[in-house]
Design a protein around this ligand. Structure first.
Ligand SMILES: Cc1cc2nc3c(=O)[nH]c(=O)nc-3n(C[C@H](O)[C@H](O)[C@H](O)COP(=O)(O)OP(=O)(O)OC[C@H]3O[C@@H](n4cnc5c(N)ncnc54)[C@H](O)[C@@H]3O)c2cc1C
Length: 460
């Protein structure tokens, strides 16, 4: 490949991966199934000037540039589906500043999300968004997908914490969007357009995050229920009574069992389920205790079989570690089609029962768990070998059902490569065309992560 020769001439060999096992590592992300695309090369960029030079070559040669953080996408978003160069941000991993007056953290995109709170602890500060992939995903990837997580119930999504980003666009220009500002009403929010754009508009090279004071006291509750509808009623009654926990998660009985069988993790009441898991964090021990007593009462009133309260950090961490292990454990059951749906939260119990009907109709297993307080449900479908359509019919049925409740096909994982053919379930033709015109404006040659969210024709 001619452009590979150009890249070799241009970049130090230490920055470029061209072959072998090291290259193959970038052929997959965390999307289950046969999604394997070996890129032509990987650039392990450390500086803006390398990214600018890469874009210069990519524009001239018409080759795709695919930004990649931790490679934990569940939708093939960080794969080089049309070949080209994977631009890995993994070496740009410095936390560069903490501004304690403005409560702003400045960092590079390759910082692993889990490192952020380790850094902030000594300042008694806290960054709430906590995707279950926290130990392997990067903050750049989180911003590019607007990642969520359990804490987002009380504190909001990644978007609510991004105050500024530096972006290099495919034409090689660099802009800083946003600032250390709590308010900003000066024209269209390009910052918010870039957040969640899945690497299709530009490369994020620097991030300013809002951080908040760290609540020093916390507790985690785990309650098993006999019936899903009881768990849901307990969750909604808690929220409507004015108690807002930091996290309110649901795990169905099959997902509890699959996690115990396929991971090293354990949870209390492991032979029962469904579970609700609640996190409370406050600035006084008394507030924590008051909240967990009220929540415990609400749960018992709504037929919880028991309530386990973890106050010690190590006990709490064990429960959350169990929660974070669910997806990987279910991936070991069979080939999973991971869905990440969102409906108005009051519709969630009915939506889950409809999904359970589809489980019977299609003679498969569907594991459900997720953020019940946000109406965001993960439905992991086990793909059957006899399905000649690769699962297309059941996926469409699930998406139609989500639509009938006023829902959307993704709450937090994004559209990426695997969901793009279903985008029309959640967005109108007018909306898709508007998104395409925006993409064309930012990236007329379609070199920026092509084949994601929707298809565009260009590419020389
Ligand atoms: C076990 C497991 C649990 C998960 N749990 C959650 C969860 O709770 N909540 C949630 O939201 N997601 C979850 N995910 C999905 C995934 O972790 C998130 O989408 C995460 O934000 C991706 O981050 P990453 O660094 O791995 O990005 P990657 O997978 O590398 O990339 C994701 C997208 O971002 C783009 N991108 C990455 N870095 C940049 C950059 N610097 N500039 C421009 N574009 C960039 C890529 O091109 C791609 O489109 C989970 C995944 C796994 C495997």
């Amino acid at each position: 490949m001619e452009s590979l020769d150009i890249l070799e001439k241009e970049f130090d060999s230490e920055l470029l991966i061209k072959e072998g096992d090291r290259l193959e590592k970038y052929a997959r992300d965390e999307t289950p199934g046969d999604y394997y695309f070996v890129p032509d090369a990987v650039l392990l960029s450390k500086e803006d000037k390398e990214i600018k030079r890469l874009f210069e070559i990519a524009r001239k040669e018409g080759i795709p540039v695919v930004p990649r953080g931790g490679g934990t996408s569940r939708t093939g978003a960080s794969l080089a589906v049309y070949g080209g160069i994977v631009l890995s941000l993994e070496r740009m991993k410095k936390i560069t500043d903490i501004d304690e007056e403005n409560l702003i953290l400045e960092l590079e995109p390759g910082v692993i999300t889990g490192e952020i709170n380790k850094f902030l602890e000594e300042y008694n500060l806290f960054y709430p968004p906590d995707p279950a992939s926290i130990d392997s995903c990067s903050i750049g990837g989180n911003v590019s997908t607007n990642a969520g997580g359990p804490h987002c119930l009380r504190y909001g999504l990644t978007r609510n914490y991004v105050r500024g980003i530096e972006v290099i666009f495919p034409d090689g220009s660099k802009e800083f969007l946003g600032g250390k500002l709590e308010k900003n009403a000066t024209g269209y929010s390009l910052l918010n357009l870039l957040i969640g754009s899945e690497g299709t508009l530009g490369v994020i090279t620097r991030i300013l995050l809002k951080v908040i004071p760290l609540p020093p006291y916390s507790a985690t509750l785990l309650a098993p229920f006999k019936e899903l509808k009881d768990a849901a009623t307990a969750a909604f009654n808690t929220l409507s009574s004015g108690i807002l926990p930091s996290a309110l998660e649901f795990i169905d009985k099959d997902s509890v069992r699959a996690t115990i069988e396929n991971s090293e993790k354990k949870a209390p009441f492991s032979d029962s389920g469904p579970f609700l898991i609640v996190k409370i964090d406050e600035f006084s021990k008394k507030d924590v205790e008051e909240k967990f007593e009220k929540i415990g009462e609400k749960f018992l009133e709504n037929n919880a079989s028991d309530v386990f309260i973890a106050e010690e950090p190590f006990q709490q961490e064990k429960i959350w570690d169990f929660r974070r292990s669910i997806s990987e454990a279910i991936d070991r059951v069979g080939t999973v089609i991971p869905e990440d749906l969102v409906v108005p939260r009051s519709s969630l119990p009915e939506f889950i029962s409809r999904i359970k009907e589809l489980e019977i109709k299609y003679k498969t297993e569907i594991y459900t768990f997720g953020h019940i307080g946000d109406g965001n449900l993960h439905a992991d479908i086990i793909k059957k070998q006899e399905w000649k359509d690769g699962g297309d019919k059941i996926i469409q049925d699930i998406f139609r059902t989500a639509n009938s409740f006023g829902g959307r096909i993704s709450g937090e994982h994004g559209i990426g490569f695997t969901k793009k053919k279903y985008l029309h379930f959640s967005r109108t033709e007018k909306e898709i065309n508007l998104m395409k015109s925006i993409k064309k404006e930012f990236d007329p040659l379609n070199i920026m992560n092509p084949g994601k969210i929707f298809d565009m024709e260009v590419l020389k």
